[in-house]
Design a protein around this ligand. Structure first.
Ligand code: ARG
Length: 283
């Protein structure tokens, strides 16, 4: 049988790649972290490690295999394993980080994926592209956000390499302060998404409406509390923050099982459970 890596946004998750927050630190590269830095905040490393351990436990208790990349000193955002690229059915795409402080992560993650035997099928050669902006909408349609971290040049570079495989890539533009598309839009189950709807461009709103998406909508303030940053495990199971009470209640009303992550410390650096997770295998 042909090996398949990540076939969809919501199929059954089998294996993920994470990286420990050992060297996680506040870096003024996104609005959330900048706001905390302005308040004179510092990161409590032990709290971060505990929160990350809780995330690992949620995966493992759901039968999901967790691979861990050993963290490198001075790499202050390496815990956000999502962002170096994205994985689709045929293998993974290596993106290109916008922020200098994250550049060194690319090679380390690429080496880890080589070690795990995941083939690289495309590399972003021009512009910028980060995994937090990526969503697979259907079998052959991919969306990439152009907020703060990915741009049209980066998308074009990947488009040229994925079109021969039959993929269409659409770009979804929004305000840079929201950082990545996974901060304002998150597919949680078959045709179900959590979103800050007003932050989406009209053409993407129309796409979702026409495709018949059931949308759980949040307020703009929730974007900065990571209320859209959930992680789907497949089969109507989802990881969400314990503080995300309204969204969690709406998910439960729709028959989802919600695994609540008690994270507050890691969030200060600008990312949540979705940002911390690179899916390696999803059926
Ligand atoms: N997929 C995401 N939303 N990732 C969040 C990344 C946060 C990280 N500190 C950065 O600014 O790069």
């Amino acid at each position: 049988m042909e090996t398949s890596y990540v076939k969809s946004a919501t199929g059954e998750l089998k294996q993920v790649l994470l990286c420990s927050p050992t060297y996680l630190n506040l870096s003024p590269i996104n609005k959330i972290a900048e706001d905390w830095l302005e308040k004179g905040e510092q990161i409590d490393q032990q709290k971060c490690l505990n929160e990350h351990q809780e995330l690992i436990s949620i995966y493992e208790s759901n039968g999901i295999n967790v691979e861990v990349l050993a963290p490198t000193e001075h790499l202050s955002s390496q815990v956000f394993a999502r962002d170096f690229g994205f994985n689709i059915k045929e293998g993974y795409v290596l993106g290109r980080f916008k922020e200098e402080v994250r550049h060194a992560e690319s090679l380390l993650y690429a080496e880890k994926l080589a070690e795990l035997g995941v083939p690289i099928i495309a590399t972003c050669h021009e512009g910028v592209l980060e995994g937090g902006d990526f969503w697979q909408l259907d079998e052959k349609t991919l969306a990439i956000g152009t907020l703060q971290r990915s741009d049209e040049k980066g998308i074009q570079s990947i488009r040229e390499q994925l079109e021969p495989l039959g993929y269409t890539i659409i770009s979804v533009n929004s305000k840079p302060e929201y950082l990545h598309l996974d901060m304002i839009f998150n597919i949680v189950g078959e045709k179900t998404a959590v979103t800050y709807y007003d932050g989406l461009p009209p053409e993407f709103q129309a796409y979702l409406d026409e495709a018949g998406y059931d949308l759980i909508k949040i307020e703009e303030a929730g974007v900065f509390k990571h209320f859209c940053n959930l992680q789907a495990l497949g089969n109507k199971r989802i990881i969400s923050l314990s503080a995300n009470t309204d969204v969690n209640a709406q998910l439960r009303e729709r028959g989802f099982t919600v695994f609540e992550l008690h994270s507050t410390e890691i969030l200060k650096t600008g990312g949540g459970p979705h940002c911390m997770t690179f899916p390696l295998e999803r059926h």
